[in-house]
Design a protein around this ligand. Structure first.
Ligand SMILES: Cc1cc2nc3c(=O)[nH]c(=O)nc-3n(C[C@H](O)[C@H](O)[C@H](O)COP(=O)(O)OP(=O)(O)OC[C@H]3O[C@@H](n4cnc5c(N)ncnc54)[C@H](O)[C@@H]3O)c2cc1C
Length: 275
């Protein structure tokens, strides 16, 4: 199938892009095109106009500060996988990036595009929420920042405002003593996850955090499970805590999904403990 006709324009700077996005009928942003182009072809994402942002150099810039790394929204999955950008995460981001789809998708797909789309099974959404990352957004109304955890409201549903552009994803540098586990359940390598979990554990700081992705909504921050991980609970106690977290909120997981999510969290937690 071919896409419906659309106009195309490439912006060469953020101000130019933001001006274009402020029009009455704003164009749709085109980044790596790995999700948008298939959706256009299938006519699932109607767009009369596309705004290509891939020539905006500042959206590719990566800046390291004392406490964080600021990744331009156009940083590709492959740049993380290949270690071409500074790492804020003790290797978690590079590992997760290398598990996204297959290499052709990773070469063009961007972290900003993945978060903007908010596919519930997108790796960056779950990983960035686990890492307490902050989004920097720009529009003609100015700049604002928001935790990725607050930005992702549900499947393909975010807090982005009309005319807004994600410019940077800022990841706080994790402590050297923090350990991580990442487990993704996929039917076949390169496919979207059936479940995925990230566990972070820093005994020296008394810190643990677990986030479950590929759910029926936004990723779930598993507070009871994180408490059990920090307390070095045995498998039975961890399973009880996971069950409590899965039952909280308005989720309706069937038995099979509950088992997949429990397995993903258990394995991520065990990897964090063992690493
Ligand atoms: C076969 C296949 C398998 C895949 N498997 C996985 C997988 O296992 N895990 C995974 O995480 N992903 C997977 N993906 C998705 C892939 O990671 C995409 O690259 C990513 O979701 C979107 O990034 P993009 O740069 O291509 O964005 P685009 O496709 O260009 O855009 C996606 C959406 O985000 C908006 N957007 C893009 N950039 C910005 C910005 N800076 N500010 C505001 N809005 C913006 C666009 O308007 C559009 O609505 C897969 C894709 C394919 C084709």
């Amino acid at each position: 199938m071919k896409p419906a006709p659309f106009t195309y324009r490439a912006a060469s700077s953020s101000p130019e892009a933001i001006d274009a996005l402020a029009k009455e009928a704003p164009p749709r942003i085109l980044a790596g095109g790995q999700s948008l182009v298939p959706m256009l072809n299938l006519r699932l994402a109607p767009a009369d106009a596309l705004l290509d942002i891939t020539r905006i150099a500042e959206l590719r810039a990566v800046e390291e500060t004392i406490n964080s790394v600021r990744y331009g929204a156009l940083t590709t999955h492959a740049s993380f996988e290949d270690g071409l950008v500074p790492d804020a995460s003790n290797g978690l981001m590079s590992h997760a990036a290398g598990n996204i789809a297959y290499r052709a998708v990773r070469t063009r797909g961007t972290i900003g595009g993945a978060i903007a789309l908010a596919d519930p099974a997108a790796d960056w959404v779950t990983v960035c929420i686990a890492l307490e990352a902050v989004l920097h957004l720009q529009s003609t109304s100015g700049k604002r920042q928001m935790q990725v955890e607050e930005f992702v409201l549900g499947p393909y549903f975010t807090a982005i405002a009309e005319g807004e552009l994600i410019s940077t994803i800022e990841v706080p540098k994790r402590s050297a003593s923090e350990r991580w586990g990442y487990h993704k359940v996929v039917v076949k390598t390169g496919e979207y996850a059936e479940s995925m979990a990230v566990a972070l554990l820093d005994r020296a700081r008394g810190f643990a955090r677990i986030v479950l992705g590929a759910t029926d909504g936004a990723p779930i921050v598993m507070k009871k499970s994180a408490g059990a991980l920090l307390a070095a609970a045995d498998e039975a106690a961890l399973k009880t805590a996971i069950a409590c977290d899965l039952e909280a909120g308005e989720h309706e997981f069937g038995a099979a999904k509950r088992m997949l999510h429990t397995t993903a969290v258990l394995r991520a937690a065990k990897d964090a403990m063992a690493s």
